[in-house]
Unconditional design. Sequence first.
Length: 324
Amino acid sequence: MTNKNLLVLVVLMSVLGVSVSQNLDLNFYKNRCPDAEAIVRRITDQYVSHQPSLAAALLRLHFHDCFVRGCDGSVLLKSPNKDAERDALPSLSLRGYQVVDAAKTALEKKCPGVVSCADVLALVARDAVLAINGPGWAVPLGRRDGRFSRKSEVNLPSPFTGIAALKQNFSDKGLTSKDLVVLSAGHTIGISNCGLINRRIYNFTGKGDFDTSMKPSYVRELKRRCKPTDFTSSVEMDPGNVKTFDSNYFNIVAQRKGLFSSDSALLDDPETKSYIDTQVATAGSSFNEDFSESMVNLGFVEILTGNKGEIRKRCSSVNKDSSV
């Protein structure tokens, strides 16, 4: 962790204090599993150091979890009938389950039945970003694991979504327009595929045209990368900067080079556009702190605490004594 990122983490911890709202606590495992965070960080570092692209995958995995049934680890559950969240079309490209499973296995050996999979995933997402020198944030802990995971309930913000729907999606989860634009910048380390932009660059309105909200020179660049029948080749969401977690995403969007309609849509709202303009003008001076704050906000979405849910023994399946 760099000194800058450590400072952000310390500042956030001082702002949050030891105890936080909604029954989560920064010291939740202090007595029952004091090494929990250290164990998760060690294992996450091991995986991400060998495969840095996992940082984006693990961040996305946490986001998917929180936006469906809340941050309850339900995205981690497997179903023999292939009808769990991870089996839904938007989730088929999710990766990084093995990192969460490895961390959970280590925790079960050290302090069995104590640390929830939902908390492991929240910690892994933070530690994966730290592992590539991104910002850190204090993770309030004490979530419990959900017992249900349904493919039919997966209704995530789409890359094709306009700004009004995006703001509503986030508002429904108790998140602000600022959270929307800040968390969108997670795309700074992400990759996608030609299939998700094919229509946007070749046949946007059904007339063989492209989306005019995109810079024409960027459309030409994408067409060189993605031929009309290519739906599988990878495309960087932050061209030329995909390995570095920083505020360059906002420069890309401001230049009308956002890969998805949902990226470009951030310019269509005065509040989100103003934030982008400020980050561009100040070289992302507040981005690390803002991203950290929004990730903490995300981690509170529809959580289970107290006697709700359970502490799974394995992240991919509910406990045998669960009533599902």
